[in-house]
Design a protein around this ligand. Structure first.
Ligand code: AFP
Length: 284
């Protein structure tokens, strides 16, 4: 199987799992009393989505290893591409029934490796519909999933060759612990753009992708590296944003060029229209 065929198989496996993940949340909304490798409380749904996707992805021929936000170590499963996953992004939105997602990155290098080795990325949004945004032939396409009989899921193209439009919205996380400098930056941005922040990266990013603007989870006074994980959240979304004509930074360098030291390391993240990323690099 060549690399593209493997990427397509991973996409199909995630599409097939997505309706089950959403349906399974109903009875898995309690915290399990454990923490994930980033010291965050795990919900039953986090553990379950991780197991479901792990089973599917590690069985794909052409996948050599899988790294998950919910697993301490890399799982070796054969020869081939490396897949990263955040099985349920934004699971603290589950109790209030707000948007959550799944984020996948595919690399042609062993973990831990930088975003420069990424060859494909996609994310699922569990909203009123289940949609999947993926990179394909250097473009960004959005699919809507329709469940058919049995286990079949049909992805229908909803938006093709998505390009970031003129900036309209922004969403910044971590506001209780922003630096003074970042507060001033936010104050300025809020004069031009409409605030849209929901607390799940995929949901907030999906708005920026469709409406243009800036998503950020900056360095916090109590957490200099911010909250988001480089491998599981920042890199795949940066890859998608850049293919949609946008850009990314940690304030000093392109997210995708950042060297990776640890599997679960965090980074400040800024993603969106190029002119806004330049503004971040000049002012934050
Ligand atoms: P959870 O998975 O713990 O809900 O965290 C979601 C997330 O990693 C990311 O999806 C959000 O952008 C960010 O954290 C939200 O963080 P705040 O709760 O600090 O706003």
């Amino acid at each position: 199987m060549n690399e593209q065929e493997t990427v397509d198989k991973v996409f199909e496996a995630v599409a097939e799992a997505a309706p089950h993940i959403r349906a399974g949340i109903l009875h898995r909304r309690e915290y399990v009393g454990e923490e994930n490798p980033s010291d965050e409380k795990q919900m039953e749904a986090d553990v379950w989505a991780n197991e479901l996707l792990k089973e599917k992805i590690t069985n794909i021929e052409g996948v050599g290893e899988l790294a998950s936000e919910e697993e301490q170590e890399v799982i070796e499963c054969g020869k081939g591409l490396s897949v990263s996953m955040d099985p349920l992004d934004g699971s603290s939105n589950i109790p209030t029934n707000n948007v959550i997602g799944t984020i996948i990155g595919v690399y042609n290098e062993e973990f831990p490796c930088s975003g420069e080795n990424m060859i494909s990325a996609f994310y699922v949004v569990y909203g009123p519909l289940i949609s999947m945004v993926r990179t394909e032939d250097g473009k960004v396409n959005e699919y809507v999933l329709e469940e058919k009989s049995g286990d079949r899921v049909e992805p229908y193209i909803a938006s093709e060759d998505i390009e970031l439009p003129e900036p309209q919205v922004y969403g910044f996380g971590g506001n209780k612990n922003w630096s003074e400098k970042f507060r001033e930056f936010e104050d300025e941005i809020s004069k031009d753009l409409k605030l849209r922040y929901g607390g799940a990266m995929v949901g907030d990013i999906n708005q920026v992708l469709h409406q243009g603007g800036l998503f950020a989870y900056p360095s916090r006074t109590d957490a200099p590296e911010g909250k988001l994980r480089l491998l599981f959240e920042a890199n795949p979304i940066a890859f998608i944003m850049e293919k949609a004509g946008g850009s990314s930074t940690d304030t000093e360098q392109d997210i995708l060029e950042k060297p990776v030291e640890g599997l679960h390391e965090r980074t400040p993240v800024f993603l969106g229209n190029e002119e806004l990323i330049k503004k971040v690099e000049n002012e934050v």
